[in-house]
Design a protein around this ligand. Structure first.
Ligand code: NAD
Length: 297
């Protein structure tokens, strides 16, 4: 008999992830507050529910992909109280980007009820979610992270265990803070070259084979026209919004404050992205690589 997954939160990311589970033969129970998201999930082959508790009652796995940590805690603990209705053998997996404290609070409440919960946030955007090539960063017990691979392997290409509860969320915030910083550095360097008469394509080729090489340059060049199929070559539409980068930087800086860790580059990145949002014609809905506009003369 095929295994069942309750999937809560079928937005830009969750929609593609749930569709991949259906295609792999899982019986997917879908719940979302949005009728449009549910309609899409139905088209993808999910079974639609009007109540998250009904969706999650008798399943092997629950996967949540929700906007933020308050909503995650509301769904598991305070409002929908999923922790009070799921079966003891159900493995709970939260893939949302949240503060490590959100993950730990849900894990503690799950443990009190004898349930297994892991945080498993993702790297990779909507295209990776649709293609099933996300990277998952898991936090939780070794056996739970191992067992979660039954579903994570369907939705992703790389599955890591970062450590205990909350560690997946910490890893995600560290990664995205670094992404913010190297996108800004890459943009600044490209613009400096252009302002001094260099062709951005030629400069990119040089830096790709030199010590400045990094992911932003390799996969996501921010200068328009250098690479095909990246947001810079479609006026920064789609991709990873400035607003989402600001959310992740906010969480990273919150973790830095709580741990007494200084993150000067992360703080500067947050200031620059805040400024970029005020200048953005789409008020933060443009892709984060549009930060290069800040450096244009
Ligand atoms: P989204 O807004 O497109 O989707 C979230 C969905 O959750 C929506 O359909 C919304 O209706 C639903 N929802 C909200 N509250 C709910 C509730 N109480 N019960 C059920 N459903 C509810 O967001 P997204 O882009 O899919 O992002 C989801 C998560 O993934 C976020 O935490 C985000 O930070 C993270 N993430 C996003 C990206 C990206 O590129 N979009 C990449 C990596 C991680």
């Amino acid at each position: 008999m095929s295994q069942s997954v309750a999937f809560i939160g079928l937005g830009n990311m969750g929609g593609g992830m749930a569709a991949n589970l259906v295609n792999a033969g899982f019986n997917v129970h879908a719940f979302d507050l949005s009728a449009a998201a549910l309609e899409n999930a139905k088209k993808a082959g999910c079974e639609i529910y009007n109540d998250p508790c009904e969706a999650a009652k008798n399943v092997d796995f629950v996967v949540t992909m929700l906007p933020n940590g308050n909503i995650v805690e509301a769904v598991y603990i305070h409002d929908q109280k999923l922790l009070d209705v799921v079966h003891k053998n159900t493995l709970l997996i939260d893939c949302s980007t949240v503060a490590p404290e959100n993950s730990r609070r849900v894990a503690v409440e799950a443990e009190k009820r004898g349930l297994r919960f892991i945080d498993a946030p993702v790297s990779g955007g909507t295209a990776a979610a649709a293609a099933g090539t996300l990277a998952f960063m898991c936090g939780g017990a070794v056996d739970a992270c191992e067992d979660a691979k039954a579903v994570l392997n369907v939705m992703g290409a790389n599955i890591f265990r970062a450590g205990d509860h909350g560690a997946g969320s910490v890893a995600k915030l560290c990664n995205n803070m670094l992404l913010a910083v190297h996108m800004i550095g890459t943009s600044e360097a490209l613009q400096l070259g252009v302002s001094n008469g260099l062709d951005p394509k030629a400069l990119s080729e040089i830096m790709l084979k030199s010590s400045g090489c990094n992911w932003s340059l390799e996969k996501y060049n921010p200068y328009p026209g250098v690479m095909e199929n990246v947001p810079a070559s479609r006026d920064y539409e789609g991709g990873f919004m400035i607003n989402l980068m600001l959310k992740d930087l906010g969480l990273a800086l919150e973790s830095a404050r709580e741990s007494g860790q200084s993150v000067p580059m992360g703080s500067l990145a947050q200031s620059l992205y805040t400024l970029a949002k005020t200048r953005d014609k789409r008020n933060g809905l443009s892709d984060f690589s549009s930060i290069i506009d800040m450096f244009e003369k």
